[in-house]
Design a protein around this ligand. Structure first.
Ligand code: ZN
Length: 173
């Protein structure tokens, strides 16, 4: 990336910090027309709905400590939904043990997440967000298993697991 482009990107991300609409606007792959209507809440509204750890990861792009999520050991069939807006993001069939200490999947549900470059480290990483609420979920890497070769490394607090046979929660309004 050229330096000028980098500065412009950095300025954009600073200017849009703090609103989920801003995050949605900077995503490189926004909703793919799956009929998902964006949910835009203020930081204060999300703070009231989520606990502190969830809020920090989802809306301040924090990262939970590895090996802290009970979802690491979750092996039942089911669906992983966004902990903020309840949009289904991952199916248990794509979960695998990455050994990283974070719940990991080799694919996200089509159209459920958008990606953008994250320049916090020297090497750019690709972070992804729930397309509906803009909540930060994790980072995707290209060292995953077949069939995709992708590793979607997700913060456990940003997900809620719904076992197969249980009704998915209604999307949060
Ligand atoms: Zn969401």
């Amino acid at each position: 990336m050229k330096r000028r482009t980098f500065i412009a990107a950095a300025a954009t991300s600073v200017a849009t910090l703090g609103t989920s609409r801003g995050i949605l606007a900077t995503m490189e792959t926004p909703a793919t027309g799956a009929g998902i209507v964006p949910l835009d809440k203020s930081p204060a509204e999300w703070r009231a709905l989520l606990d502190a750890a969830q809020y920090r990861v989802l809306f301040e792009e924090g990262t939970e400590r590895p090996w802290t999520s009970p979802l690491n050991d979750e092996k039942r069939d089911g669906t992983y939904v966004c902990a903020a807006c309840f949009l289904p993001l991952f199916e248990s069939a794509t979960k695998f043990d990455s050994g990283t200490g974070w719940p990991s999947f080799y694919a996200a549900i089509d159209g459920s997440v958008g990606t953008k470059r994250d320049w916090k480290l020297i090497l750019p990483r690709t972070e992804y967000h729930c397309v509906r609420c803009g909540g930060h979920q994790g980072h995707v890497f290209d060292d995953g298993p077949p069939p995709t070769g992708q590793r979607w490394c997700n913060n456990g607090v940003a997900l809620r697991f719904v076992p197969a046979g249980e009704a998915l929660p209604e999307l949060r309004a």
